[in-house]
Design a protein. Sequence first.
Length: 345
Amino acid sequence: MSKVTIEKIAKLCNVSRGTVDRVIHNRPNVSKEKREKVQKVLEELNYVPNPVARALALHDNKIKIAVILPNWGGFFHSEINKGIEAAIKEFSDYSFNINVYKCETDEPEEYISIIDNALLDEVKGISICAKNSEPLRNKLVSIRKENIPVITFNSDIPNSDRNCFVGEDVLKGGRVAGEIISKLTNEGEKILIACGNFEFYAHKRRVDGFSERFNELNRDNDILPILQTHNEYKRTYEQIKKELLINSNIKGIYMANESVQACVNVVNEVFSENRHDRPYIVCHDLTKYTKDYLAHRNIDFVIEQNMFRQGYEPLSILESILIAGKTNIDEFLYTPINIINAENM
């Protein structure tokens, strides 16, 4: 018989793990109906509480968790924070103390410094989105040797011995973009790709996926040299404008980064007199800007990933490891890939 866990009981009762925990420890803020439903299942399954979890609950010990974010703002910051805040609320009864750190420079040395300070503060788990670099990989490997669970999200850090990655299957996301643009353009027409920074694993793998699909279609030569714009508006605007002015055969633009606003503005400027000749534009993330651009036909397709889940799920996984004692954690938890256009957003 498989082990009876809080997670299993929550699924059977169609309630949250926090609700199950409140019932087990006779805490308030649970409706009578849900309390009775959970108690019935607990009795039927002869549930025995995890002794570590019970000790933590009774003695109100705080399990410290560090969430480490890059210096990105905008949609990423707001949606990821919503997920983190939901997790904080959900797992408040587990005596979690979740501290959020934001990196200012995105340099490996700063991430490592933040991690060192968090370890001095006796954190028991880490959720992190960062550049993929050898110093940081080595740091995470050393952390894992101390049995501290590490969850990466949004942009993975492979070969770091992390427990799990939560986010989009970025290679597949890039392939989806390649498939869309291949259907909209003809062989011999040029394709421009703008990404943020290849040091972020997600950015590079999106481009890899796009290029992989075009290679399968024998259209490698249609892709112009990749632009790395570091998600900066001015750099994105200037580099795309330069390419559009020297190459009139650009018929598709794949924005594998966040600077879609710069792309739309420069395309509208260059094609102000012949807007119907503008290149097709495919990008990621359904933000307030991309919704507006879709509605006004300034862009054509958005490949959506669920940022909320990328903030929430790493903390949920850490809860299952540190509280429920779960050991069989899947290496990847991919969020769904949805294709959005003006007609279905």
